[in-house]
Design a protein around this ligand. Structure first.
Ligand SMILES: Cc1cc2nc3c(=O)[nH]c(=O)nc-3n(C[C@H](O)[C@H](O)[C@H](O)COP(=O)(O)OP(=O)(O)OC[C@H]3O[C@@H](n4cnc5c(N)ncnc54)[C@H](O)[C@@H]3O)c2cc1C
Length: 467
């Protein structure tokens, strides 16, 4: 087994410190586990490392286009299909072909994956009689203190982590690398054994509450009932099918409700596989799409994760979570961070790069459909029927952030105007023509014209520096 640690990778981008730590820790733990079975090369670049090997190699299909092109261009290297997903790329392409002119709906793909893998199925019928229990889920949060779940599994650091920390500190001191975010004890699995323990802990203690509160946010409880296993899965320490089987088994044994098992399985073999396949399916130009012509640069406070300088309680809390651990759950990513960028007209490619660098589970393939498509609507609606833009009313309904905020979610003008509420109208006003044909936005676009102080709201939001 050849393992390569390339210094150039960390120099190229300003990653979150904890992400750099996690990736190096996982790689070095694997090298230690394999012992003499592995050749572990620490080099500047992959090419330099490969120059030290003169045997034919086999590599699993990498997860980015650039890396795939790199390995395909090497002599004496056989590229195998990629691993770590429920379905193959051929399977997705066949399914997409079969859709003809219909759009590539995630829900249809998810049902197809359930059927072909037999996951949560009774014969050819969905177990429990329904494919989708989303209507029962998506509840607002319980009051703080009511969701009494054990905290997620946390690994214990060891000598390898200490070595990684010392190496990163030294590289930073020498000015070779620079990071965003804060360092802190490693929070996510770096070995297969840790990942298995984390999965078991999640299925036993946290999955039962996953369904109902999937979309809810609480200021004092950033993880809620989420698994926090995405980084382990993206590192190849867990397979999505083993996680799905564990959830299904827990339901069949009566330990978790169907709404939780189904909700979790949908994320794993539905959304995750769909995001992976669409990265390849939509081609290399997709990541540069910018249907709403959003050209503003990311402000410095956002780029630097300067949470303390932000007044809006929701954005400040979520930015703090990113700064302190490089992770937040799905709804803060989509409805607090992404929604803010969308409303302000930030450049989608730049925002995508920010998510890639600042999250412990961020990789190029995850960015395409999640950031460019779903969050920024930069593909003009190839995967969503309307932009995920929402005002303070949504945030107020789905979280407890607004109770303790200097802004009022109902106010769109005045000193206490909620930046999300006012930002929502600014977004619609700016994109009115581009969105005119979207039937799902028709009522909001009609309301837009009824707002008497719209010009004032737009002018104020246009010049808002920091929320
Ligand atoms: C703007 C934006 C950026 C995102 N960036 C990333 C990213 O860099 N890396 C990443 O893995 N996920 C990303 N996601 C998807 C999702 O937010 C995370 O997978 C999830 O929050 C990770 O936390 P968890 O493991 O507790 O997830 P859970 O809520 O427990 O979900 C279960 C699993 O489903 C998978 N999953 C669920 N939704 C998605 C999705 N939309 N795309 C891919 N996998 C999904 C993850 O592997 C996750 O572990 C992003 C979503 C948005 C809207």
């Amino acid at each position: 087994m050849l393992l390569i640690e390339s210094k150039a990778v960390l120099r190229r981008r300003r990653f979150h410190r904890q992400k750099a730590h996690l990736v190096l820790s996982a790689l070095r733990h694997r090298a230690a586990e394999l012992g003499e079975q592995a050749l572990f090369v620490q080099a500047d670049t992959y090419s330099e490392a490969l120059a030290q090997v003169d045997e034919p190699l086999t590599v699993c299909g990498p997860t980015s286009r650039a890396a795939a092109e790199f390995v395909q261009g090497l002599d004496e290297v056989t590229v195998l299909p990629s691993r770590g997903f429920a379905t193959s790329r051929d399977h997705f392409e066949e399914w997409a072909d079969g859709r003809g002119k219909s759009s590539l709906l995630m829900e249809s793909f998810y049902r197809n994956v359930r059927s072909v893998t037999g996951t949560l199925m009774d014969g050819n019928q969905p177990a429990g009689g329904q494919w989708n229990l989303d209507k029962e889920n998506r509840e607002p949060p319980p009051s703080a203190g009511e969701l009494t779940l054990p905290a997620p599994y946390r690994p214990k650091e060891d000598g390898i982590d200490a070595e990684v920390r010392a190496d990163l500190d030294a590289a930073e001191r020498r000015g070779e690398v620079s990071f965003v975010g804060r360092d802190g004890p490693r929070q996510f699995p770096a070995t297969r054994a840790e990942a298995r323990r984390a999965l078991k802990h999640f299925i036993t203690h946290r999955l039962p509450a996953f369904g109902p509160y999937e979309d809810a946010m609480l200021a004092g409880n950033p993880t809620m009932s989420h698994s926090t296993l995405s980084a382990a899965m993206n590192l190849g320490l867990l397979d999505p099918m083993e996680c799905a089987h564990a959830a299904e088994t827990a339901w069949r044994k009566g330990r978790v409700p169907l709404r939780s098992a189904e909700g979790y399985i949908r994320q794993l073999i539905g959304w995750r596989d769909y995001m992976w396949h669409t990265y390849w399916h939509f081609g290399p130009k997709y990541r540069r799409r910018n249907a709403l012509r959003a050209r503003r640069r990311l402000p410095d406070w956002f780029a630097a994760l300067d949470a303390d300088s932000v007044h809006a309680h929701c954005l400040s809390s979520v930015l703090r979570d990113v700064r302190d651990r490089g992770w937040t759950h799905h709804i803060p990513r989509l409805m607090i961070l992404g929604n803010y960028g969308l409303q302000r007209g930030w450049n989608p490619a730049e925002l995508s790069d920010w998510f890639h660098r600042c999250f412990v589970d961020g990789y190029e393939w995850v960015m395409a459909a999640n950031v460019i498509g779903m969050s920024q609507y930069a593909d003009g609606g190839a995967i969503t029927t309307k932009p995920y833009a929402a005002g303070g009313a949504y945030i107020n309904r789905m979280s407890d952030f607004c109770h303790d905020c200097v802004y009022r979610p109902t106010a769109r003008s005045g000193d206490d105007a909620c930046p999300y509420t006012a930002g929502y109208w600014w977004f619609l006003a700016r994109n009115e023509e581009r969105l005119a044909g979207n039937w799902r936005l028709a009522p909001q676009l009609r309301n837009l014209r009824r707002i008497q102080d719209l010009d004032k709201v737009v002018a104020r939001e246009h010049s808002r520096h920091r929320p």
